[in-house]
Write a protein that binds this ligand. Structure first.
Ligand code: ADP
Length: 506
């Protein structure tokens, strides 16, 4: 039976109605057949004269078997198990004479539904057969419902778990298990919080679990109470960069097991989108005013740079002791550096805030990346950094804005070089992937802490003393404008990898 494409309102269970009579007494068989057929219309009735034949017939499936305790080749009692295995959710009635009533009673314990005396009254037989058919029908329906629930839990896109009173896993569906890199069976019995909930979220999860458990006791008279909690859900054994956020809906099973069920929805993307929208909004709110301010600051700043330059020249000619002149020039240099930083901040800020459109022209990305790497080659060498190029020239032309894509590349490369203070290797690759060109930049610097990783794209977020925190914000904005994608991955202590993909356009 293939699963239905959608769930109909009623379980589609095969109609119950196949009776198998197993007896070597042909006359009795005919009587049974006649009585049953007249009492329960619409049944299909098959017969077998011995145990061997009965098992063969049973392979075709039956619902209720009526089996003589005394068969030529085998005891009817020994047939109960194999028959029920051959056709699951079936029932067996034993047919017995007075001589073997004791044995038949004993057989109830080994799984027979009931026994019928050979001296049965017709209504009695009919009633027992109907009861047996009813029970089979119920079992089949229940099995079908359970199967559907199981399918629902397994195929659904939501995460499902159940916890016992010690917060150990009693159930975890495939979707949830795969998110933490295990198969569902491996999850059983493991401590849920310690295994998959990040430390910072455990308190919230514990509170919600406790609330769900207590809430039931308190609210049971009114209605079922459920708790909502949002946590990370991660494979803690791998310092992973992909932190999934899940919104859990907790409820306590009303049965005595007291299991707590959690149904979760992966909201990582939703949260990321919300955050991006908020970032964009924050930027546009700063808008015009801030841009004007930035322009206004730039002019006096340029004037200050000029004055500083002159001051430096004057100092060269100053009639003073050498140490004094050096000290003064040092001060001038520091002020110059600071102004330089302010200038950079303004340039980057304007780049980010300006709502200008982008050019759309073919850009040969391998050439562009080569160019940037050549440009930075000197400073890399000075830092003891080796640059490895894995650049394929074939089919790597994207549609976009050459200058802006160059800015993207520079920002990423400079970050990598700045990260590798003790030297290292920067590996840059460019290759086609489907409809996009993919560029990766991998360094083996100190990497990025998970807490930092979550913020690297935020405007003004920086961990550097003289950083502006705008480099990656600009990268993201430009990549977005190109309809592309940028991802940063890092394992603590193992460097960082930035992957940028830019559509090739038609
Ligand atoms: P800035 O470089 O001015 O700090 P960015 O937006 O370019 O601004 O970068 C933000 C932060 O991301 C950096 O301060 C640094 O902490 C982190 N970061 C970026 N790239 C790397 C890298 N390759 N390795 C380690 N940390 C990085």
């Amino acid at each position: 039976m293939s699963p239905p494409p959608s769930l109909p309102s009623l379980p589609a269970v095969r109609p119950i109605g196949r009776v198998l009579i197993v007896d070597d007494n042909a006359e009795l068989v005919e009587t049974l057949r006649a009585v049953i057929a007249s009492g329960v219309p619409g049944l299909s009735i098959a017969t077998a004269a011995n145990g061997d034949a009965a098992l063969k017939m049973a392979q075709k499936g039956f619902d209720v078997a009526i089996v003589d305790v005394k068969l030529p080749d085998v005891s009817g009692i020994d047939l109960i198990q194999p028959l029920r295995v051959a056709s699951p959710f079936s029932e067996v009635l034993l047919l017995t004479g007075f001589a073997s009533v004791d044995a038949a009673i004993g057989a109830l314990r080994s799984g027979a539904f009931a026994f019928v005396l050979k001296s049965f009254r017709p209504e009695e037989l009919i009633s027992i057969v109907e009861q047996a058919l009813g029970k089979v029908q119920l079992k089949r329906e229940r099995e079908e419902l359970e199967r559907r629930y199981r399918d629902l839990v397994e195929v659904t896109d939501v995460l499902v778990f159940a916890l016992d009173n010690d917060d150990k896993v009693a159930l975890m569906n495939r979707k949830a298990a795969s998110m933490v890199n295990i198969v569902p069976d491996q999850a059983l019995g493991r401590p849920f919080l310690e295994s998959w909930i990040p430390k910072e979220d455990r308190g919230a999860m514990r509170t919600a679990l406790a609330g769900t458990r207590d809430g039931f006791a308190v609210a049971a008279h009114h209605h079922h109470r459920a708790y909502e909690v949002e946590t990370g859900f991660v494979d803690q054994s791998v310092p992973s960069t992909a932190r999934r956020r899940v919104r859990w809906h907790l409820s306590r099973s009303p049965d005595p097991t007291g299991l707590v069920y959690g149904i979760g929805i992966d909201i990582t993307e939703r949260r990321a989108l919300e955050k991006r929208a908020a970032d964009a909004e924050a930027l546009s709110a700063m808008g015009e005013l801030a841009m004007n301010l930035a322009h206004e600051i730039r002019n006096p700043l340029n004037a200050a740079v000029l004055q500083l330059h002159l001051l430096n020249r004057n100092l060269d000619r100053l009639d003073a002791e050498e140490p004094t002149r050096v000290a003064l020039k040092d001060r001038v240099r520091i002020v110059g550096d600071e102004i330089g930083r302010l200038n950079r901040l303004l340039t980057e800020f304007l780049e980010l805030a300006r709502p200008r459109g982008i050019a759309r022209e073919p850009v040969h990305l391998p050439r562009l990346v080569d160019e940037v790497l050549d440009l930075e080659g000197e400073s890399a060498k000075g830092k003891g950094i080796e640059i490895v190029r894995q650049i394929s020239a074939e089919g790597c032309v994207a549609i976009g804005d050459r200058e802006k894509l160059k800015q993207v590349t520079i920002n990423i490369v400079v970050n990598a070089l700045e990260a590798m203070k003790q030297g290292g290797v920067l590996t840059a690759s460019v290759r086609p992937a489907g409809e996009s060109v993919v560029m990766t930049f991998e360094d083996n610097g100190p990497g990025i802490e998970p807490a930092v990783l979550a913020s690297v794209f935020d405007p003004f977020f920086t961990t550097k003393e003289a950083g502006t925190g705008l480099g990656l914000s600009i990268v993201r904005k430009i990549v977005d404008q190109h309809g592309g994608d940028v991802v940063i991955e890092s394992e603590r202590g193992h460097g960082a990898r930035v992957t940028v993909s830019i559509p090739m356009g038609r």
